[in-house]
Design a protein around this ligand. Structure first.
Ligand code: WT7
Length: 650
């Protein structure tokens, strides 16, 4: 990591930016540090409130925070209705492109009508404030419409990524006790139909809380409709009123629950609420993306992830911006699809992941070079560490050495961006997320919780922030245990980071058993549990190993039951098994058959040793707690990768 290289903000950008200098930036930091509550109260006034709050922050019962107590607002109202009284009413709110080149453009007025109609449809089914819904949809405008309609009525939604299996979906529906599932017949990926409704049908027999399933017809695929339970979106909204008032909701009303992987096999339901969440999401939209009315803003994330919530739907719409949604794969029909879209719609802000950037690098410069990318003015990255080479390629080939890049660090739990350059002000260092934004109070700690002013350690956040998660759905104990017990009184992120002499923060990756595959967050335990459910598997240990494009790939060490025999066919079968059990993002890169797994005396699998075996091909570090050192020796000497087995068999 070359910490010497510095890219100052481009002058042409700073001149027009909302925050165009370090002085302006410092003033903001100072205001926030001097009186955070006053600062956030000012930011919250950027929203429409039906009735004002009585208190800005209640932190009397940590780690349970409440923001803007007593205030009443509505997120959908802030994202739509507010813009209807200005020239924005006929501005594009959502530009959508289907993978098959279909195109739809919804103005703010049209978005209002569709959301209102869908609200009235849900009311017809008897749904009301306080109910909970699952949204399991492809990247189509109806995914955003469903989210906004739920937000409008105060139905807490949980979006489940369309790539998740029926099993994973079922676990989420059950944990949430949802009464409604909103889905589509199928989605489209590389020209192939990806079934959605059939997965819901597979899950529902074991989900007694679900009373209704609403199905949007995306492709006209043949699906079974169960009378009384299943309803077509188009039939339900046919002829209903295009008007629906927004519910004034408490600032702490739960907007959504988003499930994310932790260190155990069971995903955590991260709870986000209303007033504080939208306040900070909107503020970061301005600070980090410098969002303006003229922008065509494109964040490539799926609505199934937090980025899709905060920076595809809620943030850009609250800012009155035009947000672009693309349905399909980046390489469909050819690897230039993203550049084609940027050229076609004159996209000005482009926000994507390091994995996507690394795959663009591999495909070669000819693809972006064949398109006019001159509409771009700002580039962003999120989800995993971006390596300096990828940062520089992004800067040179996409940014033509003229555009600022915002490397934004945050998490499902933080709700919004916490550490990032302010593009018109902060000098960038490739691969550093640079400095905390106002409201983010990070620190880097050693094992014992002492602050490390310069150097490497555990990244924590030391103060509550408006968009922070409030709890884990149905499990406040786990919320305390998981985030607030490692360093009492501080929020532990699970990340390792370095701070340099300039106070710049460099994210180095997770220090728990979370694996980041293409920026998607997976838990070792979740994949291990899936593997041991297979009839031939005795034990499994899963780690993230470095992967050129995906950042990390899953390597699974597997011991078989006595009757089973290792073979390349079984390795393939196990990969497919995991993909089917969880979803294809969890498909292991490699299955390694081994005689035994390294464990501590208490029986805990030592994944750290396995990581070392994979990355260094030898074991370093402390092995004194190993039950049987021979196991690790066997692993390094005999552990065979499937391709080796294949080679031997040939
Ligand atoms: C984890 C959170 C943030 C929305 C998408 C992912 C990693 C995130 C960066 C970055 C290095 C990053 C961290 C974090 N991460 N952004 N800019 N540089 N690492 O949300 O699935 O909740 O994952 O993603 O490890 O803890 P998530």
């Amino acid at each position: 990591m070359d910490q010497q290289e510095i890219f100052p903000p481009p002058k042409h950008f700073s001149e027009k930016a909302h925050i165009g200098s370090m002085e302006q930036c410092e003033a903001l930091y100072k205001a926030c540090a001097a009186d955070p509550e006053k600062f956030w109260a000012e930011q919250a006034r950027n929203l429409h409130w039906f009735s004002p709050w009585k208190q800005v922050l209640d932190w009397s019962n940590p780690p349970f925070a409440r923001w803007f107590i007593g205030g009443k607002t509505n997120i959908a109202y802030n994202c739509i209705d507010r813009h209807l009284s200005s020239a924005r009413r006929n501005k594009a709110a959502i530009i959508w492109e289907g993978e098959n080149f279909e195109q739809r453009i919804l103005t703010y007025q049209e978005l209002y009508r569709r959301v209102a109609k869908f609200c009235n449809a849900l009311k017809k089914l008897g749904l009301k404030t306080g109910d909970r819904s699952i949204i399991y949809m492809p990247m189509i405008p109806e995914a955003a419409i469903a989210m906004l309609a739920c937000a409008r009525l105060g139905i807490t939604h949980s979006v489940v990524f369309g790539g998740f299996s029926a099993e994973a979906l079922k676990a989420r529906i059950q944990d949430l006790s949802a009464s409604l599932v909103i889905t589509a017949d199928a989605g489209l990926r590389r020209g192939k139909e990806i079934p959605l409704k059939p997965n819901v049908d597979e899950a529902l027999p074991e989900c007694p809380t679900v009373k209704h399933q609403v199905v949007f017809r995306r492709l006209g695929s043949k699906v079974e409709m169960k009378a009384g339970r299943d309803h077509w979106w188009h039939e339900l909204t046919d002829g209903v009123s295009e008007q629906c008032a927004a519910e004034p909701l408490d600032s702490e009303h739960p907007l959504y629950v988003l499930y994310t992987s932790g260190t155990t096999g069971k995903p955590k339901g991260v709870v986000h609420t209303t007033g504080g969440y939208l306040t900070q999401v909107l503020s970061t939209m301005k600070w980090v993306f410098d969002i303006k009315d003229e922008d065509i803003y494109w964040c490539t994330a799926d609505v199934g992830w937090v980025t899709g919530h905060s920076y595809v739907v809620y943030g850009p719409l609250a800012a009155g911006a035009t947000t672009l949604m693309y349905e399909g794969a980046p390489d469909c029909p050819k690897p230039d699809r993203f550049w084609r879209i940027i050229e076609k719609y004159r996209v000005s802000i482009f926000y994507t992941s390091p994995t996507a950037i690394r795959s663009f690098i591999r495909q070669g410069d000819d693809f972006p070079n064949a398109h006019d990318l001159s509409s771009l003015r700002l580039l962003g990255s999120v989800g995993e560490p971006i390596n300096p080479a990828a940062w520089k390629w992004y800067h040179r080939v996409i940014g033509k050495e003229k555009l600022p890049i915002v490397d934004t660090w945050w998490q499902t739990e933080t709700g919004c961006i916490m550490i990032s350059p302010v593009p018109g002000a902060t000098p960038a260092k490739p691969a550093s997320a640079t400095r905390p934004l106002p409201g983010a109070a990070p620190d880097i700690l050693d094992e014992n919780g002492n602050s490390i002013p310069v150097g490497k350690g555990y990244l924590v956040l030391t103060r509550p922030w408006p968009a922070m998660l409030r709890t884990l759905h149905g499990d406040p104990e786990r919320f305390k245990q998981n985030y607030w017990s490692r360093f009492p009184g501080k929020y532990f992120t699970g990340d390792t980071a370095t701070r340099d002499e300039d106070g710049y923060i460099w994210l180095l990756g997770r220090n728990d058993d979370v694996i980041k595959v293409s920026g998607h967050r997976l838990s070792s335990m979740e994949v291990e549990s899936a593997l041991v459910r297979h009839k031939d598997v005795a034990e499994a240990a899963v780690i993230g190993a470095p992967h050129e494009i995906k950042g990390e790939g899953i390597h699974a060490f597997v011991t078989l039951k006595a009757a089973a025999k290792e073979s390349p066919a079984l390795a393939d079968e196990l990969k497919e098994w995991v993909a089917k059990e969880i979803g294809s993002i969890s498909r292991p890169e490699k299955i390694l058959f081994v005689a035994g797994l390294p464990k501590t005396r208490s029986g805990k699998i030592m994944r750290r040793l396995l990581r070392e075996v994979v990355s260094a091909d030898k074991v370093v570090g402390d092995t004194s707690t190993l039950e049987d050192y021979n196991v690790i020796l066997k692993l390094t000497q005999q552990g065979k990768e499937e391709d080796e087995i294949l080679a031997e068999k040939k």
